[in-house]
Write a protein that binds this ligand. Structure first.
Ligand SMILES: Cc1cc2nc3c(=O)[nH]c(=O)nc-3n(C[C@H](O)[C@H](O)[C@H](O)COP(=O)(O)OP(=O)(O)OC[C@H]3O[C@@H](n4cnc5c(N)ncnc54)[C@H](O)[C@@H]3O)c2cc1C
Length: 392
């Protein structure tokens, strides 16, 4: 057993936030050791790469900040210091050629994370950063279970970047909350963010499990989005649902406009123009092009269908989808909750644990998908690393 190994700078967690903190610490002249519980680094970042790695968003700064809700106020200077412009420059420096896709989403042209991560880890290695894999922080200051047995590190400064509490198999299991609570660090309980919702489908919907629902507008309270989503055996998921997941989680009802480009009078007139002998399903198909999964949703949620054409039109413009609640936390793309802002100094140092900083998804902010998650992780990692580097 190595007793109390003294080191200069410790980063716990080799996700995007931790790797960025390590990079900035090393640039600041610190000798950095990163420890991660998993046998390899940045597993969730690699998973994000499976859907193309939406690294950031090209939206204007005010729009970006508004994505973080109330947390936007304290994140603004952090994103101003290392936001999309700097992330673009940083990614280009690692050989990633970026392009901007729909809704301003920015991706590496290769649409995966592995080349960027490989180049990043090589650059950290060149900067003298050591990565200890399979080192699980167990609490205290700073005890680890490692492949070689128990080890204890005594760093001069530390950055925690342990992630949120979803997709535990990739490393971020949220177990750190108990350790930080022991240091009197106030923590907002985790909740799923960017997640699917449970719907109790009838057997009629089975044929449509896996089907994308396109060309619709989704509404949740005062929020609405025109985007696709997917019908699954368990409910609804995908981009349109994730975008509205916060108001839906907070209790807003999900309502679909199946024909967002048509008005109620237009729809009613088109239905009325069909021969009366046609079945309602055929009228919907012929007059409005409704078929497949969109037609199935009408039957699932609105049967018996109104015979009055205006009532039927109103139903197509505002079809309620009753949700039974969010899918479990572990399935969520990200988590809300974490270390409260009040627990941190402006430099992201824990007020109740001097010399220890925190970054990434373990902090109490949330944002929709669209690149905003990785942006905030990289930005807070950069900010915490910069301030930690100045620690004596
Ligand atoms: C399927 C999927 C797709 C996604 N796609 C995108 C996307 O396209 N764009 C986007 O912006 N965001 C995306 N995200 C979200 C994004 O990946 C996360 O927000 C981001 O990885 C969080 O970074 P982090 O560094 O804070 O934490 P993490 O990436 O979770 O890293 C935390 C690290 O800490 C380690 N760790 C945890 N506990 C311990 C411990 N006790 N001791 C030692 N090490 C520990 C873990 O092993 C892990 O390596 C996606 C997420 C998922 C699940």
């Amino acid at each position: 057993m190595t007793e109390n190994e003294a080191i200069d700078a410790l980063v716990i967690g080799a996700g995007p936030a931790g790797l960025m903190a390590a990079e900035v610490l090393a640039k600041g002249g610190r000798k950095v050791v990163i420890c991660d519980a998993k046998p390899s680094a940045a597993r969730k970042f690699l998973m994000a790469g499976k859907s193309g790695l939406n690294l950031m968003n090209a939206a204007p700064p005010d729009t970006q900040i508004s994505q973080y809700g109330d947390a936007g106020a304290w994140l603004a200077p952090i994103l101003g210091d290392f936001g999309p412009d700097q992330i673009r420059f940083w990614a280009n420096g690692l050989g990633a050629d970026l392009f901007t896709g729909s809704s301003g989403r920015v991706f590496p042209r290769v649409m995966k994370a592995s080349p960027l991560l490989r180049a990043w880890l090589a650059r950290l290695d060149d900067a003298g950063v050591t990565l200890r894999r399979g080192w699980r922080w167990q609490g205290g200051a700073f005890e680890f279970a490692t492949p070689h047995g128990e080890r204890c590190l005594r760093p001069r400064v530390c950055v925690l970047a342990l992630g949120g509490a979803s997709w535990a198999r990739l490393g971020s299991d949220g177990a750190w909350t108990a350790e930080l609570a022991a240091h009197d660090v106030p923590i907002t309980p985790f909740q799923p963010a960017n997640m699917g919702f449970v719907v109790d489908w009838s057997a009629h919907m089975r044929a449509h499990f896996g089907a994308p629902v396109k060309g619709v507008q989704l509404r949740a309270g005062e929020h609405s989005v025109r985007a696709e989503f997917v019908i699954s055996a368990r409910g609804v998921e995908g981009g349109g649902i994730y975008t509205l997941s916060r108001p839906l989680r907070d209790g807003a009802a999900l309502v679909l406009d199946l024909l967002p480009d048509r008005t109620v009078p237009d729809i009613a007139a088109r239905l009325a123009a069909q021969p009366p002998k046609l079945s309602t399903a055929n009228r919907l198909r012929k007059a409005l092009g409704l078929s497949g999964v969109r037609l199935a949703l009408v039957h699932e949620m609105a049967r018996p269908l109104p015979t009055d054409t205006t009532e039927l039109a109103q139903c197509l413009k505002a079809l309620p989808i009753p949700l039974q609640g969010p899918r479990p936390l572990d399935e969520a793309i990200s988590t809300a909750g974490g270390i409260m802002r009040a627990a941190l100094t402006d430099g992201l140092e824990l007020r109740n644990w001097p010399g220890v900083y925190a970054a990434g998804e373990m902090l109490d902010w949330e944002a929709p998908t669209g690149g905003y998650l990785l942006t905030a992780c990289l930005a807070t990692g950069h900010w915490a690393g910069k301030h930690a580097a100045q620690q004596g």
